[in-house]
Ligand binder design. Structure first.
Ligand code: RP5
Length: 164
């Protein structure tokens, strides 16, 4: 199975990123975690991206806060799909990171999830890998069905409580 690369700009992003790690672990998807910064370690960030496809990565998650150029800088150097997580790490509540991650120029796409949206980043990475992995696709479908059933049960319970 293809691996997912999880890159964060700083170890201070780990609290957010852990949710993506847990989600990939639950789905038994292989992954690697690295701290590479677009600004502080641009050479390492570039080297990772340039070699990502050859190194077996099928999707890359890039999490960064503040002037969050990491996802874009990675996407600039690979056609492996890149998912950006804007991290809420500054006095601007993550809006700075959201805009820095999402507003990519035409030609270099970054699929941006919500501020601190690490779970969805991992699920989207899983869905990308599942395009060519039927077993993983089945797992994702089963997970969706279970989540739907949980909500339907909650609806039943709340209806029983209030709708008589
Ligand atoms: C970004 O700057 C990182 O992704 C992090 O969210 C933010 C702050 O980094 P630290 O100063 O906490 O290392 O590059």
């Amino acid at each position: 199975m293809k691996k997912v690369g999880i890159i964060m700009g700083s170890d201070s992003d780990l609290g957010v990123v852990e949710k993506a790690i847990d989600t990939l672990k639950d789905l038994e998807i292989p992954f690697e975690v690295h701290i590479y910064s677009a600004h502080r370690t641009p050479i390492e960030a570039r080297d990772f991206s340039v070699n990502a496809r050859e190194n077996g990565f099928g999707a890359i998650i890039a999490a960064a806060g503040k002037a969050a150029h990491l996802a874009g800088a990675i996407a600039a150097n690979t056609t492996v799909p890149v998912i950006g997580i804007p991290v809420k790490s500054s006095t601007l509540d993550g809006l700075d990171a959201l805009l820095s991650t999402v507003q990519m120029p035409g030609g270099i796409p970054v699929a941006t999830v919500a501020i601190d949206g690490a779970q969805n980043a991992a699920l989207l990475a899983a869905q990308i890998i599942a395009v060519s992995d039927a077993e993983l696709a089945q797992k994702l479908d089963a997970q969706r069905k279970a989540a739907m059933e949980t909500v339907l049960k909650k609806n039943q319970d709340i209806s029983a409580k209030y709708n008589n």
